[in-house]
Design a protein around this ligand. Structure first.
Ligand code: C2G
Length: 129
């Protein structure tokens, strides 16, 4: 079984996230999403609108997502790849090159970001209403 993993906050879930999951899942037979905890979001200097539990249950409802695990720190990726027998690591290409140190452990693929949508743009546009 070819296992894929991706990492993120996935706040205010939108079609850009869904298209990422769809493409990531198509790279293998199983997709694990490492979801940033509220505490890790603080380290990332992000404040999510939805809590970890709320974001987790939404991801678990997505047919492309097979497993959701907590992302608690930047450094856990190598451990996760070993622990979950991951074959492919995927991120949107705003991260292009940033995780190349994982190449000795698994395939590293950066997928094109879906244009014109982001959690930040949703918040900004709502403020303007
Ligand atoms: N994404 C995308 N298209 C968009 C918006 C986001 O493909 N229009 C992708 C991003 O490239 C990222 C993923 O969706 O791969 C999650 O985005 P965020 O929730 O913003 O995650 P981020 O804060 O980048 O956290 O250790 C890695 C970090 O946890 C990544």
């Amino acid at each position: 079984m070819k296992k894929v993993i991706t990492y993120g906050t996935f706040d205010l879930l939108h079609y850009g996230h869904i298209l990422l999951f769809q493409r990531a899942r198509a790279l293998g037979d199983h997709l694990t999403v490492a979801l940033s905890t509220d505490e890790f979001n603080t380290i990332k200097q992000k404040v999510a609108y939805f809590s970890y539990e709320e974001r987790k249950m939404m991801l678990e409802a997505i047919k492309y997502v097979d497993e959701v695990i907590p992302e608690q720190c930047w450094e856990q990726k190598k451990l996760d790849i070993a622990k979950y027998n991951i074959d492919v690591f995927v991120m949107g290409d705003d991260w292009h090159g940033k995780f190349d140190e994982l190449k000795p452990f698994c395939e590293v693929i950066y997928l094109e970001r879906t244009p014109d949508i982001s959690t930040t743009s949703i918040k900004t546009n709502l403020k303007l209403k």
